[in-house]
Write a protein that binds this ligand. Structure first.
Ligand code: BEZ
Length: 217
């Protein structure tokens, strides 16, 4: 029997093409963001407390995201008029103008992207990181009762950009790693000759041939 159920896009795969209705009109994902990073995130519902704090946190960092060539887009299973009323409430009561678009989903996008877990009808707090070529680079899931850390989301975008530009990997807690500070990891040697070279050559700082790091220029 043919299985027509599409599985969710995973890390390293192209984000599926889709049209979305938002508070700022219709967008084609991921094509309208070609050449930019996109942080697509879901929240469980409008007019809920943790989600309100998250929107404020995202908006407060919106300029920093834009400086990193990154756009933001929210999503929940709510209608566009609900999003508009909630964003009005945030502006009137918290003096914060939410400037990024928010998708009004009937549930179909959330199901396609794996934003609805278990038997729930609304979404978890998911985050998709989509790179300028439309490839999924990371996915986060948080439950309803735990607001996300938006500095970590910014750190991830910065880390991806450094990793891509310099062909390196980023250590834990970068740029405040416990053993190499703000330095970055050189990809492991893949040949015996390269492994020997790593230990002789003082080009990198190496704990061993497979654990080398260097300063960013
Ligand atoms: C909140 O954002 O506060 C929330 C949303 C859904 C369930 C529980 C809390």
């Amino acid at each position: 029997m043919e299985n027509n159920v599409q599985r969710i896009p995973l890390i390293g795969e192209k984000f599926p093409e889709m049209q979305v209705k938002t508070t700022q009109g219709v967008y084609s994902l991921p094509n309208d963001f070609e050449g930019k990073w996109l942080v697509l995130f879901s929240h469980p519902a409008d007019f809920t407390p943790v989600c309100t704090t998250e929107f404020v946190a995202f908006q407060k960092r919106y300029d920093e995201f834009k400086k990193l060539n990154t756009e933001l887009m929210g999503l929940s299973v709510d209608q566009v008029f609900s999003h508009i009323k909630w964003l009005d409430w945030i502006r009137e009561n918290l003096d914060i103008e939410i400037q990024f678009p928010v998708i009004a989903d009937d549930g179909s996008i959330s199901r396609r992207l794996g934003f609805i877990h278990g038997n729930a009808t609304n979404t978890v707090r998911a985050v998709f990181f989509i790179d300028p070529t439309g490839t999924v680079r990371a996915i986060l899931y948080y439950p309803a009762e735990l607001g996300r850390n938006f500095d970590e989301i910014l750190r991830m975008i910065k880390a991806f950009q450094v990793a891509d530009e310099h062909k390196v990997a980023m250590p834990a807690n970068w740029p405040n790693n416990e053993i190499m500070g703000d330095e970055v990891i050189v990809p492991p040697a893949v040949t015996v000759a390269e492994a020997k070279e790593r230990l002789k050559n003082k080009k990198y700082q190496c704990y061993d041939w497979w654990l080398c790091h260097k300063k960013l220029k």
